[in-house]
Design a protein around this ligand. Structure first.
Ligand SMILES: C[S@@+](CC[C@H](N)C(=O)[O-])C[C@H]1O[C@@H](n2cnc3c(N)ncnc32)[C@H](O)[C@@H]1O
Length: 267
């Protein structure tokens, strides 16, 4: 079968730094796993996937979180979707920007996007960092930080800062929260099947990294809660039936039940 996206369409923007070679190994291992998972399990059909899977990445939970993101995201300008993943959900936010650049460590995700969104620029980075003279109005980092190590996360945020123009906005969303479940397990770094891992952040830690890197006007936005003891399937049903209960009332009453964090900040 011929490959619809050639190597000239996907631009290698890796910011080469020998001090970060360890990250390249980590990122390569991660992207291989994702590629295999994309072929084996995910496919492109979200409706099909949502029939059998009920985690917070999809369904009514994801739709509610995307709505909150859109309420606080500055639209209209040049967007860098940093760690964009595959084609799912892009219709919710990409059409609101004049130009979109999709950046990934996983080439298979970029190929998927290239086929569905021919106008979007495709950037690939070997180590998760980007070297370019270009700047953006908005950098979106959605569901990336929770799946890289804290030291990498610091580089990711610093890189986002460099890539923003003066006054530009960082939207950091869907970062796994250090919630009750993670606290009860007594571990921030959690093994996932795959083998993969996840890292759970407190709000204070995220604010500190953003501040250290130079961001100002840092704002926290509540996404929603998960009621412990209930399966994701039931939580999804609650998000569908009573969104304000799950996105506002429960997080305010039980802050330790938060699923993910969202923050915005300015350069
Ligand atoms: C859970 S997915 C999220 C995809 C998409 N942003 C979303 O919100 O649905 C995390 C993505 O981050 C990418 N990623 C992993 N390490 C990264 C790094 N160091 N820098 C940027 N992206 C990375 C992965 O390849 C993966 O596609």
């Amino acid at each position: 079968m011929s490959d619809p996206i050639d190597s000239t369409t996907i631009v290698d923007v890796t910011d080469v730094d020998p001090a970060l070679d360890t990250f390249t190994c980590l990122v390569t291992a991660e992207s291989r796993l994702r590629e295999a998972q994309r072929d084996r399990v995910l496919g492109n059909d979200l409706t099909e996937f949502e029939r059998n899977y009920f985690g917070p990445e999809v369904g009514a939970v994801r739709r509610a979180y995307n709505r909150t993101m859109m309420k606080h995201m500055q639209t209209g300008g040049r967007l860098l979707d940093f760690g964009c993943g595959g084609v799912w959900w892009k219709q919710d936010y990409w059409p609101s920007f004049s130009e979109v650049t999709a950046c990934e460590v996983d080439r298979s995700a970029l190929k998927e996007i290239g086929a569905a969104y021919p106008a979007v620029r495709l950037w690939w980075t070997r180590n998760g960092l980007i070297g370019t003279e270009e700047s953006f109005d908005v950098v979106l980092s959605s569901s990336v930080l929770g799946y890289i190590l804290p030291e990498q996360a610091r580089h990711h945020i610093a890189c986002a800062y460099r890539l923003l123009g003066e006054g530009g906005q960082l939207v950091l969303t869907r970062v796994l929260a250090y919630d009750l479940a993670a606290w009860l397990r007594g571990r921030r770094l959690v093994d996932l099947p795959g083998p993969r891992f996840a890292y759970h952040y407190s709000k204070a830690e995220l604010v500190r990294v953003l501040r250290d890197v130079g961001f100002r006007d840092i704002r926290y936005h509540t996404l929603g809660a998960r009621l412990p003891g209930l399966s994701w399937r039931i939580n999804q049903a609650l998000y569908k039936a009573a969104p304000p209960l799950m996105t506002q009332a429960f997080p305010a009453m039980f802050p330790f039940f938060k699923v993910q964090h969202m923050l915005t900040a300015r350069k």
